[in-house]
Design a protein around this ligand. Structure first.
Ligand code: 4AD
Ligand code: MG
Length: 463
């Protein structure tokens, strides 16, 4: 490609007598003899300043057509800038306008826009500084995740998006059907006749790729899946999406201790890598969004995570003298307020809570010897609460069957999953990282809807 990315121009610096860039105009400033425009091409937070003067053919006509949002291609010489706000600028010899933009109707103005407003223009909001920086951090996180697992010899696997299981047993499933919804086939009892549906039985969008990841781990030892997951939970909060991306490693011959070690090493690696690859964007968040993000990210890479049991966590909460909305007693499912209290006030750092009461967790988690708790682990972050949920899996056939029965799950549907325990079962563990929660934490943005290009939440699926 003959064009260059603005990020590389800043990186390589002058001299460059033959630079061509393409992008979208952010600002225009007309002086008597020249016009300055700033162009952004999405490769960096910084705009490139371009100087246009009367040596440009059709100067007057071109200048009139240039507006915020127009798409342009500019060629010229990159030079040191005398201005105080930038160190390089492009002295244009030619400019081509690809697409005009009407300043009367283009919704992005030079002022700051609220996140709520920007969500209504999801097709244009990525052209703002903040969303641009978020998406670059998101990209960098995704790359670091793959790098971490690939360097450790994990195999990338693709788990299905359409499934017939409710992995988490929480019933928050979106149904997948090709029935005509105004004319659903029913049997004589009036129940839906699923045998006539596309798959011949009820099917759903997956809530987790874990069960299939377990299948793959039983052949390849260490695997990971990184894909979209769907939950029809009606929680309109700043940390829930109906469609979000999850990273799920699954490791054969690995216990809860090993699971915690991998999760901690993994988070540290990704944070470190993003700090290294996106320093400018991270500084932007620290300056304009949350003045603690750099310090917290550094801390995550350096400080060992606290590890406590659920029972100890309950003791800490009970002795906190804090009035929580949800009352604390042994056996409850920890709520976001409890999780945040532990991470923000007690430990002031990430904390791994292990061994939750059996009743609060999914059927696949390994029963501990006390018969009351399972080998679960949740990683809690300040401001976010739970960022990772995982466990050692129940590898003993008889106990797994009992757990399924206790939760009224039909074992025939999961006979393939039980087969993994019949043939060459091994201790194994894994976890799921909420990818958007990670990006949210890293950037400090308050609402998870800002860290995914097209958020899906209750009553909201635009674009
Ligand atoms: O704790 P969860 O439900 O765990 C599982 O699904 C396991 N099967 C994972 C595994 O062991 N392989 O979800 C994992 C993570 C949570 O810790 C949270 O970060 C994120 O997924 N998460 C959500 N993120 C955004 N919106 C939602 N509605 C989320 N629900 C869970
Ligand atoms: Mg969880």
């Amino acid at each position: 490609m003959k064009t260059k990315r603005i990020k590389d121009l800043f990186h390589n610096g002058v001299p460059d007598e033959n630079a061509t860039i393409q992008g979208w105009l952010r600002t225009k400033r007309e002086l008597k003899e020249f016009t300055f425009i700033e162009v952004n091409d999405g490769s960096s937070l910084k705009n490139l300043q371009v100087i246009l003067d009367k040596t440009i053919s059709n100067y007057e006509e071109t200048i009139v057509r240039l507006n915020t949002g127009s798409s342009v291609e500019v060629s010229g010489t990159l030079a040191t800038s005398p201005g105080k706000n930038q160190n390089i600028e492009l002295k244009a010899t030619t400019i081509k306008i690809y697409g005009d933009s009407n300043p009367e109707t283009y919704p992005l103005q030079k002022k700051r826009h609220s996140f709520e407003f920007l969500r209504t223009i999801g097709h244009l909001r990525n052209r703002t500084n903040t969303l641009g920086a978020v998406m670059r951090i998101r990209n960098s996180c995704a790359m670091a995740i793959h790098k971490f697992f690939q360097e450790k010899g994990f195999m990338l696997i693709h788990t299905p998006i359409i499934t017939v299981n409710d992995c988490e047993g929480a019933g928050d499933l979106f149904k997948v059907t090709n029935f005509d919804l105004s004319n659903i086939p029913r049997n004589e009892k009036g129940n839906t006749e699923y045998t006539q549906d596309f798959f011949g039985k009820p099917a759903y969008l997956t809530v987790s790729g874990q069960l299939e990841a377990e299948v793959m781990a039983m052949a390849f030892q260490n695997v990971y899946t990184f894909g979209p997951t769907f939950r029809a939970e009606n929680s309109n909060t700043s940390r829930h999406l109906a469609e979000f991306w999850m990273v799920e490693p699954e490791m054969a011959f690995c216990d809860l201790e090993g699971n915690q070690d991998v999760a901690e090493e993994f988070l540290k690696y990704v944070f470190k890598s993003v700090l290294q690859s996106c320093p400018e964007d991270m500084e932007f968040f620290n300056k304009y969004i949350d003045s603690t993000v750099l310090e917290t990210a550094e801390k995550i890479t350096n400080k060992k995570f606290e590890r406590i049991t659920y029972t100890n966590a309950i003791n800490l909460l009970e002795n906190s003298n804090k009035l929580f909305e949800y009352a604390v007693e042994w056996g409850i499912d920890l709520q976001a307020e409890h999780e945040r209290y532990l991470a923000e006030e007690v430990f002031k750092s990430p904390v791994i809570v292990t061994n939750y009461p059996t009743v609060t967790k999914a059927f696949y988690m390994r029963l501990n010897d006390d018969q009351k708790t399972v080998a679960a682990m949740d990683i809690l972050f300040p401001k976010i609460g739970e960022i990772i949920g995982g466990s050692q899996r129940e590898e003993r056939l008889d106990i797994l069957e009992e757990r399924l029965q206790a939760q009224n799950i039909i074992t025939e549907d999961l006979s393939w999953y039980l087969d993994l325990r019949r043939y060459g079962t091994v201790p194994h563990s894994g976890f799921g990282l909420g990818f958007e929660r990670m990006v949210q934490f890293m950037t400090g943005v308050k609402n998870i809807r800002e860290v995914i290009p097209f958020p899906r939440t209750p009553l909201n699926a635009e674009f």
